[in-house]
Design a protein around this ligand. Structure first.
Ligand code: NDP
Length: 294
C-alpha cells in the first residue's frame, strides 16, 4: 500500500494540471506525497504556491522513478498520447507501477489502455471523478473505479486524499461506465435548472430566496446549489467546460446506442450544447446551458 507517511516516500507523477487536476495535485502535495508534475503549458506562478520542485518537460520524464502515475486530461486522444506517444510515460514507467486515470474517457478506451499497459506489467485503473472543481479543491470528490482490485487497494491512501466517496465497480472500464451514467444525470440537472431559472426570473420572483428555499426541497441538486448563481447572473466562470460535458454525452450516447437504448432527453440536451459550442461557448462553464433556454 502506498501511504503519505514520511517513512514511506511514495512518489507520484501527475499529468494534466487543468481546472480539476491542479487542485488534486495540490492536495497530494499538501498531504506529503512526493510529487512530480507535467503539463504542456506550465505557469510557474501556478506551481509556486504548490511548492512543487519537480516540474517535468515530458510525460517520459515525469514517469521515471515514481510509484504511481496520475493522469487528468480532457479526452482519450490526450491520454493515449501521454501514455503511449513518442515521449509517452510507458517508456519510463517501471514494472508494477500503477497508472490511475482520472480523465473521463469511454469505457472501451479504458479497457484497451488497461490491456496495453498489462503487456508492460503495469496496472491501469480507470478512476473518473465527479464533484466539480469544488470537490477537487476540498478533497471531497466521488471517485469511480475500474480495474485490478489489488492495485486499487494499493493506491487507496492516495485516493482518500482526493475524495471521500470512493467506489470500486469491477473490471477495467467499469468506472467509466458509471461516469457515463453520471453525465446523463448531470445533463438533466443542468438543463432543468436552466429552465427553472428562466421560469422564476420571468415570474419576477426574488431569486435569492427562491434558491435558498428550494435547495432544501425535493427539487434540489448539486447544480442548483452550486451553479444557479452563474445562471441568474448570466456569467459562467469555470467550473467544467461545456465542451468536456458534450464529449461525455457523446460517450454516454454511444454506450446506450450499443445497448439499443434511446436516451431521448440526453440527445436533446447534447444538441443544445452543440449549438452553443458552434456559437463559441465551448470553453464556458456548463451552466452556460441556460442560454439555450432564453
Ligand atoms: P481542463 O481543460 O481544465 O484541463 C485539461 C488539462 O489537460 C490541461 O492542463 C491541458 O494542458 C492538458 N492537456 C490537454 N490536452 C493535452 C495533451 N494532448 N497532452 C498533454 N496535456 C494535455 O480540463 P479539466 O481539468 O476540467 O478536466 C480534465 C478531465 O476531468 C476531463 O476528462 C473532464 O471531463 C474531467 N472532469 C472535469 C471536471 C470539472 O469540473 N472540471 C469534473 C469531473 C471530471 P494545456 O494547459 O497545456 O492545454
Amino acid at each position: 500500500m502506498f501511504s503519505s507517511s514520511k517513512f514511506n516516500e511514495t512518489k507520484i507523477g501527475f499529468i494534466g494540471l487543468g481546472a480539476i487536476g491542479k487542485p488534486m495535485a495540490k492536495n497530494l502535495h499538501i498531504a506529503g506525497f512526493i510529487l512530480k508534475v507535467y503539463n504542456r503549458t506550465i505557469d510557474i506562478n501556478d506551481l509556486e504556491p504548490m511548492n512543487i520542485s519537480q516540474a517535468c518537460s515530458s510525460p517520459i520524464e515525469v514517469a521515471s522513478d515514481i510509484d504511481v502515475l496520475a493522469i487528468c486530461l480532457p479526452d482519450e486522444k490526450a491520454v493515449e498520447e501521454v501514455i503511449f506517444g513518442d515521449k509517452g510515460a510507458i517508456n519510463s514507467l517501471a514494472e508494477r507501477n500503477i497508472i490511475v486515470d482520472f480523465s473521463t474517457i469511454s469505457p472501451d478506451s479504458a479497457k484497451s489502455f488497461s490491456s496495453r499497459c498489462k503487456q508492460y506489467n503495469i496496472d491501469y485503473i480507470d478512476a473518473p471523478v465527479t464533484g466539480g472543481t469544488e470537490g477537487a479543491i476540498n478533497g471531497s470528490l466521488s471517485i469511480l473505479l475500474g480495474g485490478n482490485y489489488l492495485a486499487v487497494e494499493k493506491i487507496r491512501p492516495i485516493l482518500s486524499i482526493l475524495g471521500n466517496n470512493i467506489h470500486f465497480f469491477g473490471e477495467s472500464g467499469s468506472g467509466q461506465k458509471v461516469k457515463a451514467v453520471n453525465q446523463v444525470l448531470v445533463a438533466g440537472a443542468y438543463a432543468s435548472l436552466a429552465e427553472a431559472i428562466v421560469l422564476a426570473q420571468s415570474l419576477e420572483l426574488p431569486m435569492e430566496q427562491v434558491i435558498s428555499s428550494l435547495s432544501k426541497g425535493a427539487g434540489s441538486s448539486w447544480a442548483l446549489k452550486n451553479r444557479s448563481i452563474s445562471m441568474i447572473n448570466d456569467y459562467y466562470p469555470l467550473g467544467f467546460k461545456l465542451s468536456l460535458h458534450n464529449k461525455d454525452l457523446d460517450i454516454a450516447l454511444k454506450v446506450a446506442n450499443r445497448l439499443g437504448l434511446d436516451l431521448a432527453i440526453t440527445k436533446q440536451i447534447k444538441l443544445k450544447e452543440e449549438e452553443l459550442i458552434s456559437l463559441g461557448y465551448g470553453d464556458h462553464d456548463l451552466s452556460v446551458l441556460r442560454k439555450s433556454f432564453d
